[in-house]
Ligand binder design. Structure first.
Ligand SMILES: [Cu+2]
Length: 161
């Protein structure tokens, strides 16, 4: 009886971990047609950090059709995109040390992928963020929204205390 109860608790814990792993990981694909495969991403605010993988499923090299993934507040998108242009190719079109950039991946070419981890502490639940590719000319098409849902991890932790 006790053994069965322990087993069911263990099963519940595994299920909880599985659910968290699913919502704290994002996968985005980019292609040779200058497109992301999604316009909308959702993050559970209970995730202390998010693991994002950007995969370039095309075949063009990075200097021809390189893509990255940049997360900003929607209001900052235009200004950060311009700063990325000024940063130039030597900085992979990423403005160095720009506090408006909430997360950014390296630039990848066809067949490559990259994975980053970013903290959600700077993100507010209910707010809509924007992601885009900062390679020149790409963000007109390669952009979308990221929404944070639920109770932020730090608030949930406070509530438990
Ligand atoms: Cu791009």
């Amino acid at each position: 009886m006790i053994a069965r109860r322990i087993l069911s608790i263990a099963a519940l814990m595994l299920a909880a971990q599985g659910a968290q792993a699913a919502t704290c990981q994002l996968a985005v694909e980019a292609n040779d047609m200058m497109q992301f495969n999604t316009k909308k991403l959702e993050v559970d605010a209970a995730c202390p950090e998010v693991r994002l993988t950007l995969k370039h499923v095309g075949s063009s090299p990075a200097n021809v059709m390189g893509h990255n993934w940049v997360l900003v507040r929607t209001a900052d998108l235009g200004a950060v995109a311009n700063a990325a242009l000024r940063a130039g190719r030597e900085h992979q079109y990423q403005p160095p040390a720009d506090g408006r950039v909430l997360a950014v991946t390296p630039t990848v070419g066809g067949g490559e992928s990259t994975t980053i981890t970013f903290e959600t502490a700077a993100l507010r639940s209910g707010e809509t963020y924007s992601f885009f590719c900062s390679t020149p000319g790409h963000n007109a098409i390669m952009r979308g929204t990221l929404i944070v849902n639920g109770t932020p991890a730090r608030l949930a932790a406070d509530a438990r205390q």
